[in-house]
Design a protein around this ligand. Structure first.
Ligand code: PTT
Ligand code: SF4
Length: 608
């Protein structure tokens, strides 16, 4: 078999045993890799109803057939688990040298089950696998952890680690790599912490099995060249994702004051233009010629790597002025191992609750000093930080009443940085995303604001499913960065071509859609399996976008319409082959080869 090694490494930290799981070629063809492989492994290995922070949960680190190979922006991998934040399927995508090393190790993925009694880290060097003591690393921040591991093992390794937030099982702790790459928003870092797993270190030196190396080389060289020659390349290199601050402001979708507004009069204090003036360096993921990690010197005079989501959530959403200050909070989140999107949401939610007099301890909008303290307390679950560490869904449920209306999450995952009072398509994208309110699966908002912005059309739903399949299905399973396609318009046909060259099998974009449909539906089945009393209300965006109209900017007075949203959701279900409650129909499961889910699902819900 070309393209895959055909085996997955399983490390059981309770028994301190390792073994190989051999997978058949059909499984690889059906799920490709990355997210696809991860959800299939989680379905098979995690007992239904398992507590995500118990030894029964599994952590999956999965590469895809294209990751870690010399082709555009391939240095990515997927970290996945049953999420402690949402109790559903959770994953994240991280740019890291660990992608290259896993690809060259002889394994397609690493699965960790059980839990160690003492802190450990896993060391994989090709077929050699060791579980080593991490007593000397436990309690350290992610930057120091990485420095120490490099000192112990040399530079030629890939490292995934957690910080204090993961150790204290903060519900939105992430996995960090390379001092500024973060993945696994729905608490995948907390799952590592629950297993007392501080880090995974991989060193791979084996030659991956590629069917047609010459063809891969020429497709890949051409694709790299197209990117360099693309019209937007220079601007991208200057601003990267930070250009989105200005775009969001211009389009009234910049999250401001816990998504109360879509514009902020002080947006220039955190803009991409300002970032350009402060920029000291540029970093990024392996195999990428678009290096989009913009580094500035923060308020503490240290380096901070900025991206749009971080800056919007820790800037306009909590009214924190000054990019250097935002950068400092961002860097703290990276060191502590906290997701910046959920953190900015949880702090913004608390600030609003404080303004409304719903909580005793005060927290003012934009209070930099208080925010810095709260971020550290959150990672260590101290005082008010223990409340904020639980995430917006649990915070709002414990306050109840009006707090439920300004709780910005879907299925428990906090909303990423787009305010959707006037963009029903993006609201539906959040509501039906496979991990909760994240934009990775369908960033339809960029299309929406250019076309029939406030409409609830079927055409938008079709476009949304196309995007979910390409972004959430194809890119997440291949696994490569989607930004060459999204930002610089790299022709999408390069991807099936590269996959064909690597695997020696014929792939087309249509095949990608079929696999993506399968992955989406299996993820949906996983959610239903783990949530008794599943209903379509799980697929609603936050109440604020229906109930609290914008008060500022050109769209003042606008909000979403619940009845028209319902119609859109109905169209979505119909196109996906799911019933009126968002449950896949029996014939859909059979058509996608997901028949193994039927005996389990039909005990829980009506399949129809
Ligand atoms: C991603 C989410 C994002 S999406 C951002 S900024 W973005 C935030 N980044 C964080 C961070 O940084 N530090 C931190 N402590 N928490 C953070 N939380 C937020 O996490 C990221 C890039 C970006 S930057 C984006 S859009 C694209 N995302 C991709 C994706 O999801 N899939 C894919 N195939 N390619 C992608 N390319 C781009 O990668 P999650 P990264 Mg990330 C500092 O992980 O869980 O998916 O959440 O991986 O290596 O940092 O690259 O404006
Ligand atoms: Fe990483 Fe940015 Fe390159 Fe994507 S474009 S691989 S996020 S550096």
């Amino acid at each position: 078999m070309y393209g895959w090694w055909g085996k997955v490494l399983l490390v059981d930290l309770t028994r301190m045993k390792t073994r190989e799981i051999i997978l058949d070629p059909e499984t690889y063809r059906s799920y490709i890799g990355g997210r696809g492989l991860a959800v299939r492994l989680l379905w098979d290995l995690v007992p239904p109803g398992a507590d995500p922070l118990s030894p029964y949960n599994a952590l999956v680190v999965a590469s895809g057939p294209l990751s870690g190979l010399p082709l555009p922006s391939s240095g990515k991998l997927v970290v996945a688990s049953k999420s402690p934040l949402t109790n559903g399927y959770g994953d994240g995508n991280i740019g890291t040298m660990a992608s290259h090393h896993l690809k060259h190790s002889g394994f397609d993925a690493i699965v960790v089950t059980g839990a160690s009694r003492k802190p450990v880290y896993i060391y994989v060097e090709n077929e050699k696998v060791e579980v080593r003591s991490a007593e000397h690393l436990w309690g350290l921040d992610t930057f120091t952890t990485e420095d120490k591991l490099v000192r112990e093992h040399g530079r030629n390794i890939g490292i995934l680690e957690i910080g204090p937030a993961g150790e204290h099982m903060v519900k939105y702790a992430t996995v960090i790599s390379q001092k500024g790459r973060s993945g696994g928003r729905p608490g995948i870092g907390a799952v590592m912490g629950s297993k007392r797993l501080k880090a995974i270190v991989v060193k791979g030196t084996r030659e991956p099995p590629i069917a047609d190396k010459n063809s891969l080389r020429s497709i890949s060289e051409e694709a790299y060249r197209k990117l360099l020659e693309s019209e937007g390349y220079d601007y991208w290199i200057r601003q990267g994702t930070m250009a989105t601050i200005q775009w969001s402001q211009q389009n009234s979708v910049l999250p401001t004051m816990n998504y109360r507004e879509g514009v902020w009069e002080l947006y220039e204090t955190i803009s991409g233009d300002l970032m350009e003036k402060l920029k000291t360096d540029r970093r990024g993921c392996p195999y990428c010629n678009m290096q989009c990690g913009n580094v500035i010197a923060d308020d503490a005079g240290e380096e901070s790597e900025l991206d749009y989501e971080n800056v919007a959530m820790l800037g306009s959403n909590i009214l924190l002025e000054d990019l250097r200050r935002v950068g400092e909070v961002n860097k703290m989140a990276d060191k502590l191992g906290l997701d910046t999107i959920s953190l900015g949401n949880a702090i913004g939610f608390y600030m609003e609750a404080s303004e409304r007099g719903l909580v005793r301890e005060r927290l003012e909008w934009g209070d930099f000093k208080a925010v810095r303290e709260i971020v550290v307390d959150t990672a260590y679950r101290r005082g008010l930080g223990a409340f904020i560490a639980e995430g917006v869904m649990r915070m709002s449920t414990s306050l109840g009443g009006e707090a439920l209306d300004f709780a910005m999450h879907v299925k428990g995952l906090e909303v990423s940085a787009y305010n959707c009072h006037t963009t029903p398509g993006m609201a539906l994208a959040y509501a039906t995303s496979s991990i909760g309110a994240h934009h990775k699966d369908a960033w339809i908002i960029s299309y929406e604001v250019k076309t029939d912005r406030t409409s609830y059309s079927r055409e938008k739903v079709e476009r949304l499913i196309f995007l979910q399949n390409i972004r959430g299905g194809m890119f997440e399973s291949l696994t490569t960065c989607r930004l060459p396609w999204v930002e610089l318009g790299l022709n999408i046909e390069y991807y099936p071509k590269m996959l064909s060259a690597v695997t020696g099998l014929e792939w087309s974009i249509n095949d990608m859609h079929t696999v993506a449909d399968r992955i989406y539906t299996l993820i949906r089945a996983f959610w239903i399996r783990e949530h008794s009393g599943w209903s379509r209300s799980m697929d609603y965006p936050p109440a604020r976008w229906f109930k609290h109209p914008l008060t500022k900017g050109p769209y003042a007075g606008h909000h979403l319409d619940p009845l028209r949203y319902e119609k859109m959701l109905e169209a979505y279900y119909e196109m996906r082959g799911w019933n009126e409650n968002g449950i896949p129909r029996r014939e859909t499961l059979l058509k996608l080869g997901l028949d193994f889910t039927i005996p389990i699902l039909e005990k829980i819900v009506e399949l129809g």
